[in-house]
Design a protein around this ligand. Structure first.
Ligand code: FAD
Length: 601
């Protein structure tokens, strides 16, 4: 695995120069604590911790994996000690409310730390990462008593958490779930059933694990309207605040899987375990939706993480590896061959990875800003607008960033030639680890349906307009800027086309509902490329301004402009293919009968 360097310069570029986070924090209730000095110190310290403590365990985690026995799950060497240091450093509590023991800093600052943790070692980062989902659920829907008993321990990092949704017969379709919860005389519930694929379901990093479990009450209506949410701790909290009795929840086995070996993926058996209802009965899925956006952004971030790792490895290798001469004549005549970075095709791969990593970083931090506003703004209109925008961007970020993160990881391996396929370079681990991100937290296909069906068509295009208005304003403001014309003109055309395509698909869908499913993934990918076109155009604006002002970091800003040009010339044309495919309709997909697929085999 190449040595990891936290991409602090680019994180600062995106947060401070592109998105003006300092002003954002000044205007945010509670954001006043996040002064530029505080933010800088946190990012520096987080980077050091990730580089020195977590990154060196990435390969160890892959090679050793987790092991299961009747007594529990053992994580790879060093994971437990790193977690202890993470907790001692106060990292779990960074972006949580002060009244629950948190440091009260904005959610988006937590995202920056999570980015670095994820890049250093995704599998390790999932242990504290899953706990965030449990904390958000308790914060939004727990009673004061539940918050006191569980949330404070999760915030401090003493305990970790999980999200238990999936069962053997249901993943996407949670309406099919069977885990049951029987009410008891003391107000608790007896939870029985089997959950599978539960990340961090059992491990040796923390003394207790708080499972957030979806289950059905005896009188539950069938389908998604009959699902309730429960807290089921591994150890019940004792009256005095310590650990009480061991609960009847256990890990039956762990999965052997393609990647993220350092993270335990568990079968969890609930054998009449004691649980406590969170939120109203039968409203479990609604409760989950309130934090789904943040959880999905957390997975979107995984795509960025693997693209960043691919870039760091590939750029170093491309500068060192000597093969063949440049077509236009030797570039390093003193060497037996030129470094492979001279070859156009290697540059295509490097620039594609770079364009995805940096473009997706802009999309992520733009979305994280909306999370802050939707959560903390005191202005209800502002909160609703941020929520609408976030709802639109979330499925795009989740699916597009993980699909392009996987592509970037694959290109990162390709830059190494055959050596990329060999373990010791770490690029094959990066590729294997990246693959899961397109599956969990809702597959790409399911995100696409959410975007086109629920978010865009069901709001009559309102959520799309929330974003295209921003793009339109940008294009109008810079229409006369000669330096930006090459970006602004195609962006404005794309922005208009986006609305027209939506209308066309909406009309087709009125004739046949299958049209939505048929167009959805191409529509989502088109939307992702369009979003990145906006962010690359805006990044080009910042770079141009800095260069005109005589910045001392001219090379950095020139690289931004050049990458923006690459994006528009070599990546954005992919939208043409998606337009043709999404307008081709459901016919070519649906006419082949299910029983005829394998005729001739
Ligand atoms: C390593 C790992 C970790 C995980 N961690 C967790 C966890 O911590 N907690 C948890 O609860 N779950 C977890 N999961 C489960 C994960 O979220 C599910 O695997 C995922 O949601 C998909 O469900 P499924 O596997 O049952 O696939 P299915 O739902 O059976 O889907 C199979 C295929 O059909 C497609 N499909 C299904 N329905 C539709 C539709 N209506 N339209 C179009 N296409 C459709 C899907 O896109 C997919 O391609 C994890 C899984 C893995 C592998």
């Amino acid at each position: 695995m190449p040595e990891f360097k936290a991409p602090l310069r680019d994180i600062r570029f995106v947060r401070d120069e592109l998105l003006d986070y300092p002003a954002h924090y000044r205007g945010l209730p509670g954001g006043e604590e996040a002064t530029p000095d505080v933010v800088d110190a946190i990012l520096e310290e987080g980077a050091r911790f990730c580089e020195e403590v977590i990154a060196p365990l990435n390969r160890v985690g892959d090679l050793e994996g987790c092991s299961w026995s009747e007594s529990g799950v053992k994580t790879p060497s060093g994971f437990k000690e790193a977690y202890r240091r993470y907790v001692e450093g106060g990292w779990p509590s960074l972006a949580h409310a002060v009244e629950h023991g948190g440091q009260g800093l904005p959610e988006s600052l937590g995202v920056a730390v999570t980015e670095m943790v994820g890049e250093a070692n995704w599998a390790w980062g999932m242990y504290p990462g899953l706990a965030q989902g449990a904390m958000n659920t308790l914060f939004a829907h727990g009673t004061e008593e539940q918050k006191a008993a569980y949330l404070t321990r999760l915030v401090s990092g003493e305990w970790t958490g999980t999200m238990c949704l999936t069962e053997p017969h249901c993943g996407t379709d949670l309406g099919l779930l069977r885990t049951r919860a029987e009410p008891q005389a003391d107000g608790s519930y007896r939870v029985s059933g089997t959950k599978i694929f539960i990340s961090a379901g059992e491990h040796d990093l923390a003394e207790n694990i708080v499972h957030i479990v979806l289950a059905r009450l005896p009188d539950a209506p069938p389908g998604t309207k009959g699902i309730s949410l429960f807290i089921v701790p591994k150890f019940l909290p004792a009256a005095g605040g310590g650990l009480g009795a061991r609960n009847r929840v256990s890990c039956g086995s762990i999965e052997h899987k393609m990647g993220i070996h350092g993270n335990a993926t568990c079968v969890m058996n609930f054998d009449g375990a004691t649980g406590f209802l969170i939120g109203p009965p039968h409203k479990g899925l609604n409760c989950m939706f309130t934090f789904m956006n943040t959880a999905r952004l957390g997975t979107a971030l995984q795509g960025l993480a693997h693209a960043e790792v691919a870039f760091q490895g590939a750029i170093r290798y491309a500068r060192e590896r000597l093969q063949m001469r440049a077509l236009s004549g030797p570039k390093a005549p003193e060497l037996p061959a030129d470094p492979i970075i001279v070859h156009p095709d290697v540059r295509r791969m490097l620039l594609t990875i770079k364009a995805f990593a940096e473009g997706n970083r802009a999309l992520l931090y733009f979305s994280a800003k909306q999370v802050d506003i939707a959560r903390y703004s005191q202005d209800a209109t502002e909160r609703a607008a941020a929520d609408l925008l976030l709802g639109f961007l979330t499925p795009i970020a989740k699916a597009f960033m993980t699909e392009t993160g996987f592509e970037a990881a694959s290109l990162g391996l390709q830059v190494y030639g055959g050596h990329g396929y060999i373990r010791e370079w770490g690029m094959e681990q990066n590729l294997r680890d990246s693959r899961i991100a397109m599956l969990y937290e809702g597959t790409t296909g399911v995100q696409a349906l959410d975007l086109l069906g629920r978010k865009v068509l069901m709001t009559q295009g309102e959520s799309l307009k929330a974003f295209t208005k921003i793009v339109h304003k940008f294009c109008k403001a810079h229409a006369e800027d000669e330096g930006l014309k090459a970006f602004v003109e195609p962006l404005a055309r794309l922005n208009q086309e986006w609305g027209e395509l939506t209308l066309k698909i909406g009309m087709q869908a009125m004739q046949d509902r299958e049209e939505v499913g048929a167009a959805a993934v191409d529509y989502l990918m088109y939307s992702g490329y369009a979003c990145l076109a906006y962010f690359w155009a805006d990044m080009a604006r910042v770079a141009q301004e800095r260069l005109a002002a005589g910045s001392g970091e001219a090379a950095f800003y020139r690289a931004k402009l050049q990458t923006a040009r690459f994006y528009f010339a070599r990546i954005l044309p992919r939208t043409r293919g998606h337009v043709e495919a999404m307008l081709a309709g459901a016919g070519p997909l649906m006419e082949l009968a299910a029983e005829d697929f394998d005729l001739g085999y």
